[in-house]
Design a protein around this ligand. Structure first.
Ligand SMILES: [Zn+2]
Length: 295
């Protein structure tokens, strides 16, 4: 009798424990998911200043030309002020919840694909442990660059130069259109032209962007996920075409701070400050790192 009671109690005890464990195995993952999604919702957006350089060589600085000395001065300022340069991949991973960003990230970009991005800029990226996105214009690399004796002052990157940049591990390549880097009175950059239907515009932009994607892949094995709007001219109609081409980050010329969240769409329309050679490093950095009053 005594033994039977104890066995009954033990059996009841085991059943209750099994029920509690089963309940926990269901409730804990639900609670975890709830907690983490709540934490993600509450996560503060990350401020991301983005610099846009163009040409870099030893000359009189201007709006689109800076000297190697100015670049060094910029990089030293960024280092001394705790900034870490991030890559396009870092940003994409962050928005997909597959990585984190440093406390003070900065994104460095260069437009137009000048040869000096390889000859002058890359050694400085290596010296200061920085990364950058170089957005190239297909026609410049295909038609102009091969016929030029390479000069830091005016030449463009050849396909081989682009490969060398990418192989350095310091540079990601962006698409800056194959042949829409111009304002011809009909169209500004790659924006929609007056009187053009959305269908006509779709074909023109899609064909141009995919031509550069195909040429880059054929000649260098690279498929860019970054697109830089020529001159920052944007049409509302361009966004679905840009998505269709597979771009995950688009770069504009709006001069303001970016706020990066876990939403991948926040990378479409990244604002950038043009680094004019007319500014001192301190003057430029003050503008670049200023927070917006409205986020
Ligand atoms: Zn450009």
């Amino acid at each position: 009798m005594y033994k039977c009671c104890n066995l009954k109690k033990l059996f009841r005890f085991l059943i209750i424990n099994i029920m509690i464990l089963s309940l926990c195995s269901v409730l804990i993952p639900v609670a975890k998911r709830f907690f983490f999604s709540y934490a993600a919702e509450k996560e503060e957006p990350v401020s991301l200043p983005v610099i846009m350089y163009h040409s870099v060589y030893e000359t009189q600085p201007s709006e689109y030309i800076v000297t190697p000395y100015q670049i060094e001065s910029d990089f030293i300022w960024l280092k001394n002020n705790g900034y870490t340069s991030v890559t396009a991949a870092d940003l994409i991973n962050y928005t997909r919840n597959q990585g984190e960003l440093p406390e003070k990230p900065v994104l460095i970009t260069l437009d137009d694909g000048f040869y000096n991005n390889l000859s002058e800029f890359l050694p400085l990226l290596e010296k200061y442990d920085m990364h950058a996105i170089v957005s190239v214009v297909g026609k410049y690399s295909e038609s102009l660059a091969p016929n030029d004796p390479h000069s830091s002052a005016y030449s463009y990157l050849t396909w081989e130069d682009i490969s060398n940049l990418a192989d350095s591990g310091r540079v990601e390549i962006g698409n800056h259109t194959y042949d829409m880097h111009c304002g011809n009175g009909i169209r500004r950059g790659c924006s929609i032209a007056a009187g053009e239907t959305e269908e006509q515009y779709h074909d023109i932009l899609f064909n141009d962007l995919t031509l550069l994607q195909q040429e880059l892949y054929r000649c260098t094995g690279i498929t860019p996920v970054v697109f830089a709007y020529p001159f920052g001219y944007i049409s509302r109609e361009s966004l679905p075409i840009i998505r269709e081409c597979g771009f995950l980050i688009t770069l504009t010329c709006y001069e303001r701070m970016n706020y990066i969240t876990r939403d991948p769409d926040c990378l479409l329309g990244i604002s950038r400050y043009n680094r004019s050679g007319a500014y001192s490093t301190e003057e430029f950095m003050e503008r670049l790192t200023k927070e917006n009053s409205v986020r």
